[in-house]
Design a protein around this ligand. Structure first.
Ligand code: HAM
Length: 419
């Protein structure tokens, strides 16, 4: 017997019974994005590897360990996108979106790929819904508040309850350097207690120590006396205004000076939304400012901010009671004699052309077996077609909920079902 081929580890089929929920989540997101005036953008699933290396940072886990690179003849170096921000900034620069649009408010939904060790809530192919505000006019701290409120609102609209929002500010590029110096000096005292990876991180990118999952590192990080003294007056003012914007928008948050995020491009505001139901992979949404990235990738010196939420994690954290179900067919045609199949097919085509969800078994058979099939389809009505019906150009229409049955002319069937 041939080997059974299974889906790659860390990927999942989204089966017909689940797709409707995904569609509902996507439709809800589109409505929210419309309310906030964001426009959709779709970028390729793979990009030049160097795009991610340059933007997310060589020392980030995503680039260092998780980038899924593609083999290619010409050795151009492509990689499946591990996130959406870098691609959108690339596209923003390449297509002069700033000149065309002034301020770009963009959203996206789609698959992302990271070569992680799969576990609950951590996949190799997962899906994000995200948004980015990019352009010279994206400076104001209320854009930060808008992006954060939008993420919170989306999760609520998806039926995800019990989320916790944490915000922080890393400050400008210069403030970040200051912060990393301070952090390095503090951590050096406890160097021996850090894991081997973190001892390396001390030299290469000290912020990564703050995200380490090793218990001993976590203990050391918790004991650090950190504050916002590395922030310049302007950075502090920006951060204060972001919080004011959140207060005005009615968004609740906590602050944590240890929140730095795992990607290098962030400056100023960073935030994360967690949910306890998710266990160890508890981040359902995250984002922040990246004021230097557009310039760093060859574009104008314009600020930007954005977020992305993981759809799989949002679904895991969702209340089961808010489950949604795809609508069942309106009508199921039951044909008692093979001689009438062609006429029944004509009727089926007419119903569908009028937007009625209709189904039929392309076989004739006993009333009992066909009614069993109709029942399985969960159709609201069953239209029975036998010899008498064909002669009278009528169907016997049974309402499956009330059990009531009546005769309806072929010509009147569409209106009856619509009614
Ligand atoms: P991120 O924190 O890497 O940020 O990912 C955002 C969200 O994607 C996470 O909070 C999580 O819900 C989901 N996610 C990430 N990795 C996985 C995985 N392996 N399996 C399942 N879900 C996952 C970004 O991607 C940034 N681009 C966000 C951003 C946009 N910052 C500014 N603009």
């Amino acid at each position: 017997m041939a080997d059974r081929i299974t889906a790659p580890r860390g990927t999942a089929d989204i089966l017909p019974g689940e797709v409707f929920l995904w569609q509902t989540i996507e439709a809800t997101a589109r409505q929210k994005f419309k309310a906030y005036n964001y426009k959709e953008i779709r970028t390729p699933l793979f990009e030049a590897s160097k795009l991610f290396k340059r933007s997310l940072g060589q020392t980030s886990e995503v680039v260092n360990k998780q980038l899924l690179e593609l083999k290619s003849d010409k050795d151009e170096g492509f990689a499946l996108r591990p996130e959406g921000t870098a691609s959108i900034v690339r596209s923003y620069i390449e297509n002069n979106l700033d000149k065309k649009e002034g301020l770009s408010k963009l959203y996206y939904m789609g698959a992302m790929f990271r070569g992680e060790r799969p576990q609950k809530g951590r996949l190799r192919q997962f899906h994000q819904i995200g948004a980015e505000v990019i352009g010279a006019k994206a400076e104001h701290p209320y854009w930060d508040a808008e992006i954060i409120s939008l993420s919170v609102e989306l999760l609520k609209a998806f039926g995800v309850e019990g989320c916790e929002l944490t915000v922080n500010s890393l400050g400008s590029h210069t403030d970040k350097e200051e912060f990393s110096k301070k952090l390095r000096a503090l951590l050096k005292k406890d160097k021996q207690g850090l894991c081997q990876d973190c001892q390396d991180r001390l030299k290469r990118n000290v912020f990564r120590v703050l995200d380490c999952k090793n218990e001993s590192c976590k203990r050391i990080v918790r004991s650090l006396q950190l504050d916002h003294s590395h922030l310049s007056k302007e950075s502090l003012e920006h951060y204060t205004s972001v919080k004011k914007g959140l207060n005005i928008s009615g968004v609740q948050y906590r602050e944590d000076v240890r929140l730095v995020r795992g990607l290098d491009y962030y400056t100023h505001t960073v935030f994360e939304i967690t949910n306890k139901k998710l266990g160890s992979q508890d981040a359902v949404c995250a984002g922040g400012r990246y004021n230097d990235l557009v310039k760093q990738l060859g574009g104008a010196d314009v600020p930007a901010i954005g977020f992305a939420l993981g759809i799989e994690r949002a679904l895991l954290a969702r209340e089961a009671s808010s489950d949604v179900r795809e609508a069942d067919p309106d009508c199921y045609l039951v044909v008692l004699d093979g001689a009438y199949l062609d006429q029944a097919l004509k009727l089926l085509v007419q119903l569908r052309a009028q937007g009625i969800s209709a189904e039929m078994s392309f076989r004739s058979g006993s009333m009992k077996s066909l009614m069993r099939e109709a029942d399985k389809s969960a159709a609201a009505h069953v239209a029975i077609i036998g010899e008498n019906e064909i002669k009278a150009r009528k169907v016997s229409l049974k309402n499956m909920k009330s059990g009531e049955q009546r005769e309806v002319a072929f010509d009147a069937l569409v209106n009856t079902l619509k009614g």
